[in-house]
Design a protein around this ligand. Structure first.
Ligand SMILES: NC(=O)c1ccc[n+]([C@@H]2O[C@H](COP(=O)([O-])OP(=O)(O)OC[C@H]3O[C@@H](n4cnc5c(N)ncnc54)[C@H](OP(=O)(O)O)[C@@H]3O)[C@@H](O)[C@H]2O)c1
Length: 218
């Protein structure tokens, strides 16, 4: 698969390196050319501008901080249609880091829906936002022998490629529905981030009693 990446930070390094190991062809587009070129060299990708990455990929990963979202999409030519017909994967978190509150858009819509609004014709999928970059560096991302489950939400055309890219990292995709479900994935990430930054054990918070055990307990 040809994958264009918008952003040259921690998430790009972790996810793109895994996809390159799986045999995909990656071009990283960044706003800071030296940093982008260094990262691309380190992981065996090509480097270019944001627009070149948008044009290169059949799939485009958007991995920038929220404050740079609109600027990045405009520099990539998204409003002019450079992402039309492509799968756009949004791994971002809509979080205000001053108080770890959630940022939403008009009528409570999500960051992923905002990306779809700014990128006419793109097949936007929310995925990869729940786990820290260090998890995506694991080969494979598994805990106690169980592969990581990766919830995703988006339109059907985009989810086919997202499923492949999740599986290629050694994780298991979980389809949570259409793009409106990104609102829940973004809200859930706020809780995850708060737990992480307050030093709580995430696994203890998200380990639930399974139905089999629940049905036998009184
Ligand atoms: N890090 C994690 O563990 C993690 C986990 C899950 C989800 N996420 C989400 O994934 C996204 C990327 O995270 P990251 O950790 O990769 O971020 P990062 O390393 O801090 O930066 C990613 C990219 O955002 C660009 N950027 C930052 N501020 C910008 C601005 N004001 N205007 C334009 N571009 C800007 C940076 O540009 P330069 O290259 O010029 O610095 C960089 O290329 C974020 O939405 C984050 O919430 C992160």
């Amino acid at each position: 698969m040809k994958i264009g990446v918008l952003g040259a930070g921690m998430m790009t390094e972790a996810l793109a390196a895994g996809w390159i190991r799986a045999g995909h062809d990656v071009l990283i587009g960044g706003r800071t050319p030296d940093k982008t070129a260094d990262l691309a060299k380190r992981i065996g990708a090509r480097a270019g501008t944001l627009r070149e990455a948008a044009e290169f990929g059949d799939v485009v990963l958007l991995a920038v901080r929220l404050e740079g979202l609109e600027k990045t999409l405009r520099a990539a030519g998204a409003p002019q249609g450079t992402l039309a017909g492509k799968t756009v994967i949004d791994c971002g978190n809509a979080v205000d880091v001053s108080d770890f509150s959630q940022i939403t858009y008009e009528n409570g819509t999500s960051m992923a829906e905002e990306i779809a609004r700014l990128s006419p014709g793109a097949h936007v999928v929310k995925a990869f936002n729940q786990a820290h970059a260090s998890v995506w560096r694991m080969q494979p991302p598994a805990f106690d022998g169980r592969p990581l489950t990766v919830p995703m939400a988006g339109d059907e055309a985009g989810k086919t490629a997202a499923r492949t890219l999740i599986t290629d990292l050694g994780a298991t995709p979980l389809d949570t529905g259409d793009l409106t479900q990104a609102r829940h994935l973004e809200a859930m990430a706020i809780i995850v981030i708060r737990l992480l930054f307050s030093g709580h054990d995430l696994l203890s918070a998200f380990t639930f009693t399974g139905p089999a055990e629940a049905s036998t307990s009184s």
